[in-house]
Design a protein around this ligand. Sequence first.
Ligand code: GLU
Ligand code: MG
Length: 442
Amino acid sequence: MTTTRKQTDLMMVVTSDIAGQLRGKAIPLKNRQARERIGVGWTPTNTFITSFGPIADSPWGALGDLMLRPDMSTLVDLELPDYGVDECFALGNVFTLGGERWECCLRGQLMSAIERLRERHGLVLTVAFEHEFHFSGCEEQPGFGYALRAMRRLGNFPDRLMDVLDRAGLALDTFMPEFGPGQCEVTIGPQSALRAADEAIMLRELTRSVARGLDATASFAPILDPSGVGNGVHVHFSLQDVDGGQVNFDGGRTDGVSESAGSFVAGILKYMPALIALTASSVSSYMRLTPHRWSAAFNNFGRQDREAAVRICPVFRESADEDVSDKFHFEYRAADAAVSPYLLLAALINAGLSGLDEKLSTPQTTHGDLTTWDDAALAARNIARLPTNLPSALDFLQESAWARVAFGETLVDAFVRHKRCEVEIMDGLTDEEICRKYAQAY
Ligand code: GLU
Ligand code: MG
């Protein structure tokens, strides 16, 4: 990245927090090296700043100090006056003054989960994200899902966005004029879990920045209209051994799911009632997680099923005799962009890790519409309707011994307190009003 910045120009050092926002402090570029070592001062209660103004009830009040240190490998430095884009920020980690990872640092939580998966099972997770969002700068037209005419109406936006993402070092994959009016989707190539989460943040911020350069906005809110389509964050994932060898696929087993991949997926599904608050963490998320919206409403495993919580994705062969085991992977569909991608991936890894520790057996895939199954049929397969609102998802999380061990008491309590305040803020509003508030916040 080359820019013509002055040494007094500012770089934001930011942390991705419980609200799913990026917050931090700016430093002049000339102080960059020193700040890389000492960071900038940070305050525990900042993690209670909601996306809507009020600060949730913080156990720390005005007390305490932390250090927010930039990881300069995440620097985004782009000055593109023709596009109205001027971004200079680096993602960081929050440490205690004693130099320990702070429990509420979500990037640190993901790093710890990645380390545990490697240490305990010799495995690493590779991830690719699909991002859906609504772009305000085009004339909306129902019925133009995937249409060339929708693409034309988006004007300069898609090409500018691809240019900016490419300059930021992201591996371009596809852009889609998605089904909803004004809805778009961008997919980015696979990366290690940490880098994929860093890039998910970069992608959202750069999309907002490019939209702003066109006097428009981009909203990644989970759903903009209670009767419309949702904006999902679909997480494609596969497991490798530490040398990069695939361990996902086993042609001798049902659906080709290897024993370890089966345990990992089983862990995600088992702990989904508790982890769903961490992957779908807004009040409006639960308007999206309803049946027949191509999101997910049950903790089921499906093959090429776009309403399964975790689905086995198709593999595209280049030739009939190609070994496709490297391409074989899964997709988690019950996530949205109201949550930090670090917390989202930490939740999936921690749950998958428990599945491996407990040696859970591979779940059977379901076929067809689960809303037509009765309770006994669902229970026989350990399938449950996911919590249908944020308060009930928070109850599951609060009571979960698994979550308290995986993330620590401090984070679980902070998360639940923060999100209960958000629930109170939305109390008494209509679904339409709630969607509007989230559309502005995300
Ligand atoms: N928009 C849907 C969602 O909320 C997903 C549609 C698709 O399969 O891409 O997740
Ligand atoms: Mg899509």
